[in-house]
Design a binder for this molecule. Structure first.
Ligand code: CA
Length: 221
């Protein structure tokens, strides 16, 4: 695991570097935004610890450039104490987590572990969009945390759309993924399942894009 540490205060940079090295990570450091942007754009890292107050290019701009260029690396931002607008801006710009200075190095290590774990796909087993959530361990569908009774087929449909949240899924793809080989597989049967789900979950939850397919409403998150 390779981590880029971007911090212009040498004492903080070296204490983070020492802790991460001791925890078994490979590290690279950058002391200003220009170097950080260049390294993040040209090398692969599993995580970036990014101070926002940096010389040359500020951390927020660096983060926006990475995200604008499609860099998906998890980023933990470091912000000044009490600077909540900075944290909001950072998260909106694509930061995955933040720590306010001063912080305990153990907390930084814990957040780094969690971010790397999540990026590796061991995220929460709960998928959610707005009030709808699916617990993939227990195969349950919930609205605002309350269980809704669904058939296995209805469950698979909601879970599949949630896995592909934000994308319109064609009927053909859904049929391919939801039905077994021996089941009746046609678009009318699928539409009937969607209709039943709308009665259970709310009319707007599974939306039809006429001629394209279905998409789950993301709602307020
Ligand atoms: Ca700084």
């Amino acid at each position: 695991m390779r981590i880029l540490i971007v911090e212009d205060e040498p004492a903080i940079a070296s204490s983070i570097a020492a802790a991460l090295t001791a925890a078994g990570y490979q590290i690279r450091t950058a002391g200003d935004g220009e170097e950080a942007w260049f390294l993040g754009d040209t090398e692969d890292f599993d995580l970036v610890v990014l101070d926002l107050g940096l010389p040359k290019i500020d951390g927020l701009t660096v983060l926006k450039r990475w995200r604008g260029a499609g860099r998906q690396v998890p980023v933990l931002i470091l912000t000044a104490r009490g600077a909540w607008p900075e944290r909001v801006e950072g998260i909106d710009a694509g930061a995955d987590d933040y720590l306010s200075k001063p912080f305990q190095i153990e907390e930084l290590l814990a957040r780094v572990r969690a971010l790397i774990r999540r990026a590796a796909g061991h995220a929460s087993p709960i998928l959610a969009a707005g009030p709808i959530s699916v617990d993939t361990r227990q195969m349950r569908v919930m609205i605002d945390g309350a269980n809704i009774s669904v058939s296995p087929l209805e469950y698979r449909l909601v879970a599949y759309l949630l896995h592909h949240k934000g994308r319109v899924v064609s009927p053909g793809e859904l049929i391919e993924h939801l039905y077994g080989d021996d089941d009746a597989r046609d678009a009318n049967a699928l539409e009937a399942v969607v209709t039943r789900l709308r009665k259970k979950l709310g009319a707007d939850v599974v939306q039809t894009r006429r001629g394209f397919g279905y998409v789950i409403a993301v709602g307020q998150e």
